[in-house]
Design a protein around this ligand. Structure first.
Ligand code: DGL
Length: 283
């Protein structure tokens, strides 16, 4: 098969990355997408860096073995802790890897005036990748980072609007009320809580990295000569547990039911091991 015809591989710890799939579909309806939600091991956001990295390697390795032309890490926590190692292994296999943090930072810098807020999982905020990248690219900006772990649970429950969501958003976002002009939604679950977040911070520009990531994927594919045109793109979904719940919850994230969804077992061989094997086998 021509490499251009392979799907774009996308993964997240669960349903959150479907917000990135929705943006990819909108921008590139002619591309096929193969999505993997690691629903057996969600959440990644509370786990240690080495565990997140190990999970990400396993998931990416599975996608690569199925055949993908590019890999999108549609999870901020996995991007924080595994993007470098995935990019390295991807380069050995000639598979470009795109994370969600750099596109989000670029989009934030384009709108920020003086003070950028970052919200994400405990892991993403502890890993500090957003703040470091912002400080490097725009040292004049003030940056405040806040973990909002309950937002993931609210999005998963579908409690994204109303009194409970508003009260939790108010409580978390209070420290951002003093001059923050731009807020990065540094978790793929958070775009679902846009209404509650905007109600708590009415004059703040919200940056959802899904759209910025989709643009970054598009230009990466173009740069590698991998962009596909003139085709009716299809999406397929793989999960490591509970496909019924993934379809039910994922419908809110994707805007339609994520189907067909297949339950899979992750193989033992991770992406780094696969890359080593491929390099050894090449003449
Ligand atoms: N989708 C994950 C992220 O963007 C959040 C959910 C999780 O903790 O696994 O960081």
């Amino acid at each position: 098969m021509n490499r251009q015809e392979l799907p774009i591989g996308v993964f997240d710890s669960g349903v959150g990355g479907l917000t990135v799939v929705a943006a990819l579909r909108e921008l590139m309806p002619d591309e096929d997408i193969l999505y993997l939600g690691d629903t057996a091991r969600v959440p990644y956001g509370t786990r240690s860096p080495s565990t997140v990295n190990r999970y990400a390697q396993g998931v990416a390795g599975h996608l690569v073995r199925r055949g993908i032309k590019a890999l999108v890490v549609a999870c901020n926590t996995a991007t924080t802790y595994a993007l470098d190692s995935l990019t390295l292994a991807g380069a050995q296999l000639d598979i470009p890897v795109v994370g969600v943090i750099a596109p989000g930072v670029e989009a934030a810098i384009a709108t920020a005036k003086s003070h950028v807020g970052i919200i994400g999982t405990l892991g993403t905020i502890r890993g500090n990748a957003y703040a470091q990248m912002l400080k490097l690219a725009a040292p004049e900006l003030q940056v405040t980072s806040i973990p909002c772990p309950l937002f993931v649970a609210l999005a998963e429950e579908g409690w994204t609007e109303g009194a409970i969501a508003n009260a939790i958003a108010e409580r978390y976002l209070e420290p951002l009320k003093n001059g923050t002009d731009t807020l990065i939604l540094g978790c793929t679950h958070y775009p679902l809580l846009t209404a509650a977040i905007a109600a708590a911070l009415p004059h703040v520009t919200l940056v959802d990295s899904a759209h910025a990531t989709a643009h970054s994927v598009s230009s990466t594919l173009e740069a590698h000569g991998l962009r596909r045109h003139g085709h009716q793109g299809k999406s397929r979904f793989l999960v490591t547990d509970n496909p019924e719940r993934f379809i039910a919850v994922g419908t809110r994230f994707l805007g339609r039911a994520p189907q067909p969804t297949e339950l899979i077992d992750l193989d033992a061989l991770d992406l780094a091991a696969w890359a080593r094997k491929a390099t050894e086998e090449s003449p």
